[in-house]
Design a protein around this ligand. Structure first.
Ligand code: NAD
Length: 397
C-alpha cells in the first residue's frame, strides 16, 4: 500500500507506520541525549500512545530506567485502513524499548471501562508490582457510560457568547474563519464527564483498593492554562470546565495520597503543542504558530519530549518545581513569560494571512501535525509500498 496523508476536515484519517516509527525513534534519541535522572520504578500511563503521554513514557523509560505500562485506545490496521498512529507508536516503542531490558507493556482498549482497570490490576499483581507513578494523559472525544450504555461526547464550545477565530486549513493551506458556538448546560456536563477528573480518580481509588501504590507514589495529569487569546474558547469554555474538574480531583486525591502514601496528586500545566484537537479550536492554530515562532527566536522552543523530560527530571523528581497559587506545576512558564506572550499576541493581531502561512513558526506547527501522523519525514520514501501485514506481525499484543 502506498500511504499518502488523508485529511478530512483537518483530521488525519490515516497514518504512516514508518513515519510513526521515525517519530518514536527521534524522541528516543532525544531522551538518550539528556542526562539520566533518579525517577519512578513502575509507571502506569493512561493515554501513553501519543502526544504528551507518549513523550512522558519515552522520557521515563529512557531517562529514569522505568518500567512502563500503557493503556491506550487504538484502531488496528484492517483491509485498506492503516491503523491509528498510536497503534504504530506502541509497536515501535516496544521495538526501541527492548534495549532498556525493563518491562514495558501495552493494553489497547477503553481506559474508562472497569474491565480495563481489572486487566491492569491483574497484570500488575502478577508481573509488575506496585506503581510509583500514575500518569493520566487521556484526551478523548467521547466516553461510554457503562451504566446506561450511552456514548457521551465532549464538545469544544464556548460558554455564553459564540467565538470566532482563525484556523489554518492544513490540507488547502489557507487561513479560514472558524466559529465556535455556545454550549448548552448538558454539553458542558458531558465534556466534564469525558475530559474531567472522575475517571482519573476512579483509577487511583481502584489501585489504592488493590494495594497497588507504593509508599511515596505520585499521580499526575496535564492541564492547559493559556492566556487571554485562548481564554474565551479554552479556559472559559467547555474544555476549561473539564480542566477545572480535573484540577479539583487532583486536590481531593492529593489529601489521600499524602495521608496514606506520603505521596502526591499533581497537575502540571503544559505548553500548547500541535495535536489532533488543536486545529478545531479557533485561534489555537495561529496562536501556536506565532508562539512557536517567537519561542524559537528567543531560543526557548522545546520539543514535546524535552518538555516532558524537564517535567520529570527537574520538577517532579528534581528540586526545580515552579508552582502557582493553585498548586499547579507551571511547566508552561516559558510560554507564559510576559515578553513571549506580548510578542505572540502582537504578532497574531498584526500578521496578514499570507505572512502567517509563510512564518517559520507555522511551518514548524504544520510539520508537527504531519509528523504526529507519520508524514513529512525527510528520510522516508512516501512513494514506496508499505507492507502493513508484515509490519503488523510486531503486534503489541
Ligand atoms: P493525544 O490525542 O495525543 O493523546 C491522547 C491519548 O489518550 C492517546 O494515547 C489515546 O490513545 C488515549 N485515549 C483516548 N481515549 C482513550 C480511551 N477511551 N481509552 C484509553 N486511551 C484513550 O492528546 P494530548 O494532546 O497528548 O493530550 C493529553 C493530555 O494533555 C490531555 O489531558 C490534554 O488536555 C493535555 N494537554 C494538552 C496540551 C496540548 O497542547 N496538546 C497542552 C496542555 C495539556
Amino acid at each position: 500500500m502506498i500511504i499518502k496523508p488523508s485529511i478530512r476536515s483537518n483530521f488525519f484519517t490515516n497514518s504512516h507506520p514508518l513515519g510513526c516509527r521515525q517519530n518514536v525513534y527521534n524522541q528516543v534519541l532525544e531522551a538518550k541525549s539528556f542526562q539520566n535522572f533518579e525517577g519512578p520504578k513502575n509507571v502506569l500511563i493512561i493515554g501513553g500512545s501519543s502526544g504528551y503521554g507518549l513523550a512522558s513514557r519515552i522520557a521515563l523509560a529512557f531517562g529514569a530506567n522505568s518500567n512502563t505500562l500503557n493503556v491506550s485506545f487504538e484502531s488496528a490496521p484492517k483491509a485498506k485502513k492503516t491503523g491509528s498512529s498510536g497503534w504504530w507508536n506502541n509497536i515501535y516503542f516496544q521495538e526501541f524499548a527492548k534495549e532498556t531490558k525493563n518491562l514495558h507493556k501495552d493494553f489497547v482498549g477503553d481506559a474508562f471501562s472497569q474491565e480495563m482497570k481489572d486487566n491492569v490490576i491483574d497484570y500488575a499483581k502478577k508481573h509488575m508490582g506496585k506503581f510509583d507513578l500514575v500518569i493520566y494523559s487521556l484526551a478523548s472525544g467521547g466516553r461510554l457510560n457503562y451504566a446506561t450504555n450511552e456514548i457521551i461526547k465532549s464538545h469544544i464550545k464556548t460558554i455564553g457568547e459564540e467565538a470566532k477565530g482563525k484556523t489554518i486549513d492544513i490540507l488547502d493551506l489557507e487561513v479560514k474563519e472558524l466559529v465556535v458556538t455556545s454550549a448548552t448546560e448538558q454539553e458542558v456536563k458531558d465534556t466534564v464527564y469525558v475530559m474531567g477528573g472522575s475517571d482519573w480518580h476512579d483509577w487511583i481509588d481502584t489501585l489504592d483498593q488493590n494495594d497497588l501504590l507504593n509508599p511515596g507514589a505520585k499521580t499526575i495529569s496535564y492541564t492547559y492554562v493559556g492566556g487571554p487569546t485562548t481564554e474565551k474558547i479554552y479556559r472559559g469554555g467547555t474544555v476549561g470546565k473539564a480542566k477545572e474538574d480535573l484540577e479539583r480531583h487532583a486536590v481531593l486525591m492529593n489529601e489521600m495520597m499524602k495521608n496514606k502514601y506520603d505521596g502526591e496528586a499533581l497537575i502540571s500545566s503544559s505548553k500548547a503543542v500541535a495535536t489532533k484537537a488543536s486545529v478545531y479550536i479557533p485561534s489555537m492554530t495561529n496562536y501556536i504558530s506565532c508562539l512557536y515562532d517567537v519561542m524559537d527566536r528567543y531560543g526557548v522552543h522545546e520539543s514535546i519530549l524535552k518538555h516532558k523530560y524537564r517535567l520529570f527530571r527537574d520538577m517532579i523528581y528534581g528540586n526545580k518545581r515552579i508552582v502557582d497559587s493553585q498548586k499547579r506545576i507551571r511547566l508552561d512558564h516559558l510560554e507564559m513569560d510576559e515578553k513571549i506572550q506580548y510578542e505572540t499576541v502582537h504578532m497574531m493581531h498584526t500578521i496578514s494571512n499570507e505572512d502567517l502561512l509563510n512564518l517559520k513558526g507555522t511551518k514548524m506547527f504544520l510539520k508537527d501535525i504531519y509528523q504526529i501522523n507519520g508524514f513529512e519525514f525527510d528520510n522516508i520514501n512516501y512513494e514506496e509500498d508499505v507492507d502493513i501485514d508484515a509490519l503488523s506481525e510486531l503486534h503489541p499484543e
